[in-house]
Design a protein around this ligand. Structure first.
Ligand code: ZN
Length: 255
């Protein structure tokens, strides 16, 4: 029988689930502010209308649900059959009537949260594979959904802003992005960034501290945590500058 509360007891996962569900509520509120006619407008993501974005976020919940079911049953169910299948499904779903898109958004989100709720404590460390081919414990689906719903809420262009994000979310985004850059720095020749959030005591260095920071070879980018998170995730450089007060260079890609 299905439980009515989460089975997981790991405090980090419990906290993560809270942030994911707050994010889903935040995204759903932004979506509910859009009229049916607004669905045909552009999103803030280059090349994607709101319909594509809304379809993508709903289908992302379904894809993550498949990973949770994989962990629960041991039967391998990937997020997507292929990148082509993923793109085609988004294209198709974007053509659905508005009410069907709203239903996709709501139902997929509920299904995912129910799967999380009913996943036994011992199953949360089981490994699954993401669409990028990374092997991760299924608990990672919580953060994958968290960043998706909060940031795409902003992309809907319906009044959501990075400035509304909880501080712990902004910090986690900065750690995630700079970690991704650090892992790819050598292979892709990325510059080393030092992020200086003006509303935090600690600076975020995009690289391992142990390697020693070469101040001359790094680029300092300064701004509020919200502005830095917006910049680092590729959503514009409003509110960020270099240490000299110059415009910040474009951030490398995140994912
Ligand atoms: Zn996305």
């Amino acid at each position: 029988m299905a439980a009515r509360t989460d089975l997981v007891t790991d405090p980090a996962v419990v906290e993560g689930l809270l942030l994911a569900r707050r994010g889903q509520a935040y995204y759903s509120r932004a979506l509910s502010r859009l009229s049916d006619a607004d669905f045909d407008g552009p999103s803030l993501l280059a090349g994607w209308g709101r319909r594509h974005l809304i379809a993508h976020v709903g289908l992302n919940a379904r894809a993550l649900t498949r990973l949770v079911e994989w962990a629960a049953t041991g039967v391998e169910t990937p997020m997507y059959a292929s990148a082509t299948q993923r793109a085609e499904e988004i294209d198709f779903s974007a053509t659905l009537p508005v009410q069907a898109l709203r239903n996709l958004s709501d139902h997929a989100a509920i299904h995912l949260t129910v799967e999380w709720r009913d996943l036994p404590d011992e199953a949360w460390s089981r490994e699954v594979r993401t669409a990028q081919g990374r092997t991760v414990p299924v608990s990672e689906t919580v953060w994958m959904r968290t960043r998706e719903v909060w940031i795409h809420a902003v992309d809907l262009d319906a009044g959501a802003r990075f400035e509304d994000f909880p501080p712990e979310l902004l910090d986690r985004i900065l750690v995630d992005v700079t970690g991704s850059w650090a892992r790819r720095r050598e292979a892709e020749g990325l510059p080393r960034f030092v992020l200086e959030p003006t509303d935090r005591a600690l600076h975020t260095v995009a690289g391992p501290h142990a390697a020693g920071l070469d101040a001359a070879g790094s680029i300092t980018v300064r701004g509020s945590s919200a502005a830095l998170a917006r910049w680092a995730t590729g959503r514009g450089s409003a509110g960020v500058t270099t240490a000299d007060g110059e415009p910040a260079p474009a951030a490398p890609r995140w994912l």
